[in-house]
Ligand binder design. Structure first.
Ligand SMILES: *Cc1c(COP(=O)(O)O)cnc(C)c1O
Length: 382
């Protein structure tokens, strides 16, 4: 079977894990944690990185650090992984779900602007209130879908104009660039994931980077139980969300190869664009790619009007041919826990998600595998 996205662990991972055991530094203190944070900060152009136990806990800590709390709303695209919404829920808040753009599958900044202008007003305390629900809009959180970065200038303008923090779920976007620059400075805080299927993995893990030092220090404090040393004093309800030295040991070995990994992801995207260009006449497309996209996953988009069953049928044909293929994120407003959240029109999302098929894109995928996928996909649609 040619797998979807398996970890590539042929670098220094084993050696660094051995060092963790030999040194007894297996927990949240250790040289690999420091080193990993430095590498993640450098590679994202951020002043600092706070390593966390996973991406979801990173988002939870980031939202908490900017003050998202009980009864608030956080703007996110409905087309995202469930963790984006779960982290909001765990703050006692609720997502305000929005439509995405056709050309990058990210939340539409102009839509956010219109919604804030028409559906919100400032109250006497200066809080931005969503009029239909009476709830405060406490953060705007775009998602860098598949490593595509939307127009962040507009999001920053909106954030400033309305005084609402800008947080990014950049969980799957390591290596992505916007206007030639790394994304660490594009928002107050951005969160990365190092889960097993991401471009860089720690087994599990996450990190918070950003452009706002005060917020970053608050995240660090919250993730380490909000302890005020040297005694057992705590100044707010904190979390134990720190990454361990074991995770970071794997992460450092992976980060040593970041540029190579991202280069392969981009190569696979280009390969599929070329291999399936002949299917355009049948209405079959590939994933949108912004300038500087990090191309986490790649695949095909079924013709307009295709439903989930049609995509699943293609996946099962591919599976029979030894190729792992899957459908992708089901939107948040169609998920049981979030079915009643405030939302915009989502007519594009509603049809799009059913048409997406992800194809193998491991960073150690061989040319031979790519050629098998090329031939098989083309023959399925011929
Ligand atoms: C992977 C992912 C997450 C969750 O990260 P974990 O490390 O698995 O908790 C959140 N959001 C998006 C967009 C992701 O792709």
């Amino acid at each position: 079977m040619i797998n979807m996205a398996i970890p590539n662990l042929t670098g220094n991972e084993k050696k660094y894990l051995d060092n963790c055991i030999d040194s007894t530094f297996v927990s949240s203190v250790g040289e690999y944690v420091n080193c990993f944070e430095k590498m993640v900060a450098d590679s994202t152009g951020s002043m600092e990185a706070v390593a966390t136990s996973c991406g979801t806990t990173g988002i939870h800590a980031a939202l908490t650090a900017v003050g998202v709390s009980y009864n608030d709303l956080v703007i996110i695209p409905s087309f995202t992984f469930i963790a984006t919404a779960n982290a909001i829920h765990h703050c006692g808040a609720e997502p305000w779900l929005m439509e995405i753009n056709k050309d990058d599958w990210c939340i539409d900044p102009f839509l956010v602007k219109r919604e804030l202008a028409t559906n919100c007003e400032k109250d006497d305390s200066g809080a931005l209130i969503h009029k239909p629900s009476g709830k405060r809009v406490a953060a705007i959180m775009p998602v860098y879908t598949l490593g595509n970065i939307p127009n962040m200038h507009i999001f920053n303008d909106i954030s400033k104009e309305y005084g609402v923090p800008l947080i990014v779920d950049a969980a799957c976007a390591i290596g992505a660039k916007f206007e030639g620059e790394d994304f660490g400075k594009l928002a107050d805080l951005s969160i990365l994931s190092f889960n097993g299927n991401k471009t860089v993995t720690c087994g599990g893990g996450g990190a918070v980077v950003g452009n706002n030092d005060e917020m970053l220090q608050h995240v660090r404090h919250l993730t380490t139980t909000a302890r005020v040393w040297p005694d057992y004093d705590f100044d707010e309800p904190g979390f134990n969300y720190r990454m361990t030295n074991i995770q970071a040991g794997v992460g450092v070995a992976q980060m040593e190869r970041l540029n190579d990994f991202v280069a392969v992801k981009r190569k696979v995207r280009k390969y599929y664009q070329k291999a399936f260009s002949g299917l355009q006449s049948k209405g079959i497309g590939v994933f949108p790619t912004t300038d500087g996209a990090s191309c986490w996953f790649s695949g095909i988009v079924m013709p307009e009007g295709s439903l989930l069953e049609d995509s699943k049928a293609v996946c099962s044909k591919l599976k029979d041919a030894g190729i792992e293929a899957r459908t992708f994120w089901k939107p948040i407003h169609l998920q049981k826990p979030y079915a009643n959240c405030p939302k915009t029109d989502t007519s594009f999302t509603d049809l799009l998600w059913q048409r997406i098929i992800t194809l193998p894109c491991s960073t150690n995928i061989s040319d031979e595998d790519l050629s098998v996928i090329d031939k098989t996909v083309n023959s399925i649609f011929s």
